[in-house]
Design a binder for this molecule. Structure first.
Ligand code: TXA
Ligand code: MG
Length: 314
């Protein structure tokens, strides 16, 4: 049930000051990042973070990413390392999240980490996200701004479709450029790819000079966004479809007849940016969704990861 009026704000200094004020009073503000829209709340406030879980209907064992205005601000909350510095220098601000051990006096609500002794930290690149973090002056816990288990939002309209009346405001600054959530790398031991995402693992490995460990703990809560049936549309999803069955709508890739195409030219960056928006649109038809094969390299790995979760039994 809606219980508040959700303000529609823009990326200008008056609206950002208003959004920062709402956040200071424990309100939740959805904001654009380069990956997807996030649902932000004060990461130091237990009640704000509890409200994030409640608004999303999110299982409480699923920890959140803390967003910072700068790498320096992130460093105050975690035990930093040379590898963290190398990756931050190369990719921050940008679609990379680092998981590091919490540091004494971090001030982050234990609800953010769901009781883990590590914290996921990220410095987003989107100008509106950066301006909001600066205006607010502290860390924002921000999961993707969608009801738990549903498709991630890449426009303010997607956010409102799922959360209107449940949050204080949304900052509308157009569609997200990357379109896939951040890549998550665990750095509390050997660097490990916890979630493929908007920064391809190849580029991270190039900078590190060695391969990332692959996760071996499937089903564990280390990165619970990786549970089955995440990012799910309402309608069934069938993958690697060469052509649609009579009742299905086809989500294409590369030149082909289809309802919507992730990238007619077969460009994976364009496909990533279109993925969630196209799934939202096809979901609205109420028909089962067939998806053309997507190559397994570069951003195609994260795209396939999200598609497999969308297609998982639920
Ligand atoms: O691009 C993104 O990362 C977006 C935007 C809004 O920044 N955020 C996002 O948040 O995707 P969310 O909450 O939907 O996904 C967070 C992921 C989950 O898979 C969670 O399990 C993992 O981060 N995570 C958070 N803290 C962790 C920790 N301490 N250790 C391991 N995984 C963690
Ligand atoms: Mg999410």
């Amino acid at each position: 049930m809606p219980d508040q009026i959700t303000l529609r704000l823009k990326n200008n200094s008056a609206d950002l000051a208003r959004a920062a004020g709402l956040l200071r009073h424990g309100g939740l503000v959805a904001f654009p990042t380069e990956t997807v829209y996030g649902l932000g709340g004060d990461a130091r406030s237990g009640t704000a973070v509890a409200d994030i879980y409640a608004a999303k209907g999110r299982p409480s064992f699923n920890p959140l990413i803390a967003h910072f205005a700068s790498a320096e601000a992130a460093r105050d909350c975690v035990i930093w390392s040379d590898t963290a510095q190398t990756l931050a220098d190369a990719f921050w601000p940008g679609p990379l999240t680092l998981v590091l051990p919490l540091r004494d006096g971090h001030g982050i609500s234990p609800l953010v980490t769901a009781g883990l002794d590590t914290l996921a930290v990220r410095v987003p690149a989107h100008p509106a996200a950066r301006a909001l973090l600066r205006a607010f002056g502290g860390p924002l816990a921000a999961p993707s701004a969608n009801p738990s288990g549903r498709i991630s939002p890449t426009t303010a309209a997607h956010v409102l479709a799922g959360l209107d009346g449940r949050i204080a405001a949304v900052i509308d600054d157009g569609p997200c450029g990357v379109g896939l959530e951040s890549t998550i790398v665990g750095l509390s031991g050997t660097p490990t790819l916890l979630r493929p995402g908007g920064l391809s693992a190849d580029r991270i490995e190039e900078v590190l000079g060695h391969p990332l460990n692959a996760r071996t703990d499937a089903g564990d809560i280390t990165a619970p966004g990786q549970l089955t049936s995440h990012y799910a549309p309402g309608a069934p999803v069938r993958l690697n479809a060469r052509e649609p069955r009579p009742d299905e709508v086809l989500l294409g890739f590369g030149p082909m007849p289809c309802e919507l195409n992730l990238s007619a030219s077969g460009d994976l960056t364009e496909a990533a940016a279109n993925l969630f928006g196209h799934l939202h649109q096809l979901d609205a038809t109420g028909r089962p969704i067939a998806v053309a094969p997507i190559p397994y390299h570069g951003l195609g790995i994260a795209i396939n990861d999200r598609l497999h979760r969308a297609a998982a039994p639920r």
